[in-house]
Ligand binder design. Structure first.
Ligand code: ASP
Ligand code: MG
Length: 450
């Protein structure tokens, strides 16, 4: 029988600097099943690279390039033998400089992905070097050799069949020889050009690799010790959830709990691979286990918040045509590659928010002028900005009695702009004015969770 495999993924703050990388190395080395490590770029680096890809003017460019260099050289300097890796990192930094000069002349999504991928390439090179200098047999693996995606730069879709095949031949055999270290977030399309899976995509990479390699666990190491009943920055008394089901965690990720990338759980669910979320700063503090079943799932599990929601209300211009109205609205949205998030309808109008989950690396705005123009030819369009989506995640919500009273009773002082309830038994969602969002979350948490 083959050895158990855990895929261990470390986010940006877990590889932010030399000390963070060493703490993450400790975490890896403390568990002999952790034989594949997936890394994000060091904290802040992807943001800098995304900005550089927009082709800023020279002074800004130089400043940002210095910043990228400083972050990586600060790690190199702390190595016992810095010279081994210094040249290789410097070559990457030169590439970044060249690509950002090219971006200043003419940028593109393909160039952005190429540029942005250097964050993960560098963090993984440095992490391997840290492990090696600690005497560990670690090897760097370029994930682009196996993470085949389509060419939707900025938010590419992985081809899981090809990945499984390539991972089986190129990566799997090497797991028995060395501790393998690779990059999250990046991939390559069929012609070999670099792609990215969308911001925060490293979690997704880890889960896809877990699936491709029949891992027995996927560990997501971040800077918070697990998944909480709500964001502890908003409600300091939020409680850590020790065990949660895939469905609940997927709802939380989709509705804005930042801990997991929304697509992460799909490969895990497909294969029933348990996911663990913990903090590399405090591994002893434990974390959250996400698994198929949890004992006694509660009616109310968590509250998630997604800010900056835009609500479109579309009023049909012609009552007589109202019959095919929704079909037309949806076909326009589909042509613009937009999926709808929340929706409520009346006879002649429909109110909806656009699905912004898994934003792209290129930061395009979903609500484009051409979409608005096309919608306006069909209906009168009203746009309301700065709303916040509050999602109450739970179990059997649509079957339970008294949920409406319990939830909305305590929200009397607030304006609820739109409510969605009943389609899923795992959530109840509504929109509130952006400025009220935190108070709404606090009020609900105090009343439903304490
Ligand atoms: N470094 C990428 C980002 O910041 C991917 C990740 O961290 O998961 O979006
Ligand atoms: Mg991240």
């Amino acid at each position: 029988m083959s050895q158990a495999l855990t895929v261990a993924k470390f986010g940006g703050t877990s590889v932010a600097d030399f000390d963070a990388m060493n703490r993450s190395a400790d975490v890896v080395l403390s568990d002999s099943s952790s034989r594949l490590v997936v890394l994000s770029a060091a904290a802040g680096v992807t943001n800098l690279l995304v900005s550089l890809a927009k082709g800023p003017e020279q002074a800004q460019r130089v400043f940002m390039l210095d910043e990228v260099r400083r972050i990586h050289h600060a790690i190199i300097e702390r190595l016992a033998q810095p010279q081994i890796i210094c040249d290789e990192i410097d070559r990457m930094l030169e590439n970044i400089t060249m690509l950002s000069e090219a971006a200043a002349l003419a940028t593109s999504n393909a160039l952005t992905d190429e540029l942005v991928s250097h964050g993960e390439l560098m963090s993984s090179l440095l992490f391997v070097e840290i492990l090696r200098q600690r005497g560990v047999n670690a090897q760097w693996f370029d994930i682009r050799k196996i993470m085949r995606t389509d060419d939707h730069f900025g938010r590419a879709e992985p081809d899981t069949l090809t990945l499984a095949e390539l991972a089986g031949t190129q990566l799997k055999p090497r797991l028995d020889e060395a501790l393998m270290v690779t990059q999250g977030f990046i991939g390559s399309e069929v012609k070999g050009r670099t792609t990215t899976l969308g911001r925060g995509g490293s979690d997704y990479t880890a889960a896809l690799l877990g699936e491709a390699l029949y891992a027995s666990r996927i560990d997501i190491w971040t800077d918070v010790p697990g998944i909480y009943t709500t964001d502890p920055r908003i409600v300091p008394g939020a409680k850590r959830i020790d065990e949660i089901t895939f469905e609940e965690a997927a709802e939380m990720a989709t509705f804005g709990a930042k801990v997991l990338h929304p697509a992460t759980l799909l490969p895990a669910v497909r294969n029933g691979i348990p996911v663990f979320v913990g903090s590399s700063k405090a591994p002893q503090a434990g974390g959250t286990r996400v698994c198929l079943e949890s004992a006694n799932p509660p009616l109310f599990r968590a509250l998630a918040l997604r800010r900056k929601q835009t609500l479109l209300t579309l009023h049909s211009l012609n009552m007589l045509h109202a019959r095919g109205f929704l079909a037309e609205v949806f076909s326009i949205l589909a042509r613009h590659n937009i999926s709808v998030d929340l929706i409520t309808t009346s006879e002649v109008s429909v109110a909806l928010t656009l699905d912004t989950t898994g934003s792209t690396s290129t930061e395009d705005n979903l609500l484009t002028q051409s979409l608005l123009t096309e919608l306006s030819s069909l209906c009168r369009v009203e746009v309301e900005e700065n709303l916040a989506l509050v999602a109450l995640i739970g179990n059997n919500l649509s079957q339970a009695r008294g949920v409406g009273k319990e939830v909305f009773g305590v929200l009397e002082p607030f304006n609820l702009r739109l409510i969605c309830y009943g389609a899923s038994s795992y959530n109840l969602c509504f929109l509130v004015p952006g400025d009220d969002a935190e108070q709404v979350i606090q009020t609900l948490h105090n009343n439903l969770f304490d």
